[in-house]
Write a new protein. Structure first.
Length: 384
């Protein structure tokens, strides 16, 4: 047994821990770049707390998913303001943007110097500026992962900055921040979290430590996600989903992902579709195609037994098999009214390009079996 496990320098979890973010920031810098998402009001209490803690906050807002241009502009702004630390509060977009900006504050040049696929792919040599992540959704787990996804809209692609330096110095996971998350976002972010537990668990890179997290996360999410969707004010359910999403982040950062995320990158790059909704639309079909491919070509694969275990964790039934798990996920997607990808203008004519791009995606490397082009086509066809 040999594996590596890396995560944020420190994790604070629980109701009310958001109040500890500002004092922690004060220990990291005097001028902090405060990165927020579209709803900057959510950051108002944090902005006040930073002031009380004697920290000057330079606000920077990221509307929608962060683009290369947004991060380039934010880098110029943060350097001009003399920021020495970064704190991001918001969904995955704000957190990813904050990670990228913290990296760019400490490294010369522009984001394209370091981006994979579309950029020059140089390694980030210097450790990032101190960075605190405060998620307000329960989904991406970005607070404990080592990549930041940036969009290049004019080229219709998304690409990652990827480096151990991107791991936040501190992750502050406060379930109270998710209490007023709208129902549709609870559904899509929650299904992203669920995907980010299933894919690492069946990944070829799974290790004994990520297995512990994935199993606990799947059991927790199975109970908490339907309840959080039913009643957003259910504190136990919200706490459960924050816990499950954190466990998903810990798992994926160390075990990788699979076909759903392999497709999510090109679909999200080519069409204006939110990441969680894309994952949700792809998940049941990807599970079924993977199980079929494993049965035909790798009947002794440990991943097959793991799909059965996923089913038992999701359904709570001790004799459930993979098919029951797939049915459980599909039923949840129907109940949550997850739209098919054609709702975002994806059409069958896009299949060849999406398959070509997905086959090259870094997430695809974690998939439990190498899928044929026909199998990949079938996954995306079912999601459209
Ligand atoms: Zn995801």
């Amino acid at each position: 047994m040999r594996f590596e496990f890396a995560t944020a320098g420190r994790i604070l979890f629980g109701e009310g821990v958001a109040a500890e973010a500002a004092p922690a920031a004060a220990a990291m810098g005097r001028r902090v770049l405060l990165v927020t998402g579209g709803n900057a009001d959510r950051a108002a209490p944090l902005a006040r707390a930073l002031q009380v803690a004697g920290v000057t906050a330079a606000p920077f807002r990221i509307l929608g998913e962060p683009t290369i241009d947004t991060i380039a502009a934010g880098t110029v702004f943060a350097r001009g303001e003399g920021c020495d630390a970064v704190i991001a509060i918001g969904g995955g977009s704000a957190i990813d943007g904050g990670k990228a900006l913290a990296a760019m504050l400490a490294n010369p040049g522009e984001p394209l110097d370091y981006l994979e696929v579309v950029g020059r792919g140089q390694p980030l040599r210097q450790p990032s500026a101190p960075f605190i992540a405060v998620p307000t959704t329960a989904g991406t787990g970005s607070e404990v992962t080592r990549n930041a996804v940036l969009a290049a809209p004019e080229r219709r692609v998304k690409a990652s900055l990827r480096s151990p330096h991107l791991l936040p110095r501190l992750a502050v996971v406060d379930p109270e921040l998710t209490l007023d998350l709208p129902r549709a976002l609870t559904a899509s972010t929650g299904l992203d979290a669920l995907t980010q537990l299933i894919e690492p668990y069946v990944s070829v890179r799974a290790n004994p430590m990520t297995d512990l997290y994935a199993v606990e996360g799947l059991r927790t999410a199975a109970a908490a996600l339907p309840r959080a969707w039913e009643n957003g004010g259910d504190r136990d359910a919200r706490r459960g989903m924050c816990w499950a999403a954190l466990l998903g982040g810990l798992s994926l950062a160390n075990a990788g992902l699979g076909a759903v995320h392999g497709f999510a990158a090109p679909v999200g790059g080519m069409f204006p579709a939110p990441h969680g909704a894309v994952c949700a639309a792809l998940l049941p079909g990807a599970m079924e195609i993977n199980v079929g491919a494993l049965r035909r070509r790798a009947p002794d694969s440990r991943a097959l037994a793991r799909y059965d275990e996923v089913a038992r964790l999701l359904t709570g039934k001790p004799h459930a098999t993979a098919a029951d798990g797939i049915a459980w996920v599909a039923a949840l997607c129907r109940r949550f009214e997850i739209p098919p990808l054609r709702a975002y203008d994806v059409t069958p004519a896009d299949i060849p390009e999406l398959v070509s791009r997905a086959a090259e995606a870094s997430s695809m490397k974690g998939n439990p079996i190498a899928l044929t082009r026909e199998e990949l086509e079938e996954i995306i066809r079912r999601a459209i």
